[in-house]
Design a protein around this ligand. Structure first.
Ligand code: MN
Length: 265
């Protein structure tokens, strides 16, 4: 891809503009492009692809500093998808060459992709015709964001050079390991998995019950080409993702069924 100027890179996340992961991602991609930040002012984890339609969305300039200086940034009152839409329509000087989202605190592997605000920011970019990558660090608390940042810079560099297929984002999960202990990168598919969930019932000060979702993540997939398998083996997992949720492999069989006739018992 030939370009007259440095690439413009929009950085977003779902953990909020003050999260350590977005600082690490900005620092990581600062050398390879002109970086702009548009991120939620408050944490928006697990909001999926929600957008704000019944309330105004506000964007305030934010004093975002990276090791290499200050970075143009806006804190946005909405969701990750709102941030990307608004930045591209109103905030940025031109259409970005790349949108990167993260680095999320916690993995976005397997079934979790559907809940992920981090991935949805990248999805929104692909829907607007822009290459995008979602980055997550496989640690729920703290972890080696510096190592994940170095992988983010490497993978973003590849995408800036080679581009991505139309409508496809890369969902990247990085094991929480020092850089020199990560064994490499693998292209993977989402593992089949589910949450065994239940709600804790608690009592508020007026003795009314309230509920708090909790659960245990279960991997149902023995495959050796999954995101979960790669992470467990110490590799960076790169999963190509698209937002077309059509079950293409079932179109023919379901299409041959006479849906417009009364069912025969
Ligand atoms: Mn998050």
């Amino acid at each position: 891809m030939e370009r007259d100027s440095r690439p413009l890179i929009l950085v977003c996340n779902d953990d909020g503009i003050e999260a350590p992961g977005i600082a690490a991602l900005v620092a990581a991609v600062h050398d390879i492009g002109d970086v702009f930040v548009a991120a939620p002012i408050r944490e928006q984890s697990a909001v999926g692809h929600a957008i704000t339609v019944r309330d105004p969305v506000r964007a305030q300039p934010w004093p975002f500093r990276s090791p290499s200086g200050s970075v143009p940034a806006w804190a946005v009152s909405g969701t990750p998808a709102d941030c990307v839409k608004l930045a591209i329509d109103k905030l940025l000087p031109r259409k970005p060459d790349l949108v990167v989202s993260g680095i999320n605190q916690g993995p976005n592997t397997a079934v979790n992709v559907i809940y992920s605000g981090t991935v949805s920011a990248a999805t929104e970019a692909t829907m607007l015709g822009i290459d995008a990558i979602a980055f997550s660090l496989c640690s729920w608390r703290g972890g080696d964001f510096e190592s994940a940042g170095r992988w983010a810079a490497r993978i973003a560099g590849h995408v800036l050079t080679s581009g991505l297929p139309d409508g496809i984002l890369l969902n990247v999960n990085v094991p929480d390991l020092p850089y020199d202990r990560i064994r490499g990168a693998r292209v993977t598919r989402q593992a089949r998995s589910r949450w065994e969930e239940s709600f804790h019932e608690r009592r508020d000060p007026l003795d009314r019950p309230y509920y708090w979702l909790t659960g245990r993540f279960v991997n149902l997939d023995e495959g050796d080409n999954t995101d979960l398998h790669a992470i467990e083996a110490g590799y960076v997992s790169i999963t190509p993702v698209h937002h077309d949720m059509t079950a293409h492999e079932h179109l023919a069989r379901l299409g041959s069924q006479a849906w417009d006739e009364e069912p025969t018992p």
